[in-house]
Design a protein around this ligand. Structure first.
Ligand code: AMP
Ligand code: ZN
Length: 112
């Protein structure tokens, strides 16, 4: 499958890895929108949040647990934002489920 994030998981494309376990990978976004901007993805190829099966919901809670742990390690005490873009109008450009974590500056609201 021609998926850039699957290639990152398989080490066919390099990435700035922050954390990895059996289920997820966390790496820096190559086009950071804030001083801290990383992506967390399931190792299983799931297209987007609407395609998550009931059996895979456990991965989503694990993702949020990992985000909490990394936020603690990076001392993101001033706040952060978790973003999931889904589908064309949602601004999703990579069709492998991912959550953005942005921090390190005051973030505007609403997004565009
Ligand atoms: P989205 O627009 O929500 O689908 O986000 C895709 C994100 O993946 C963008 O923020 C890109 O900068 C990022 N991205 C694309 N290719 C890579 C890559 N090879 N390594 C790290 N981040 C990437
Ligand atoms: Zn993939």
């Amino acid at each position: 499958m021609d998926c850039i994030f699957c290639k990152i998981i398989n080490n066919e494309v390099p990435s700035d890895k922050i954390y990895e376990d059996e289920q997820v990978l966390v790496f820096g976004d190559t086009n950071p929108q804030a001083p801290v901007h990383f992506l967390i993805i399931p190792k299983k190829h799931i297209k987007n949040i609407r395609e998550v099966s009931k059996d895979d919901l456990q991965i989503i809670s694990h993702i949020f647990d990992v985000i909490q742990n990394i936020s603690d390690k990076l001392n993101l005490d001033d706040g952060l934002r978790i973003v999931n873009n889904c589908g064309e109008n949602g601004g999703q450009t990579v069709n492998h489920l991912h959550f953005h974590v942005l921090a390190g500056r005051a973030l505007g609201w609403p997004p565009g």
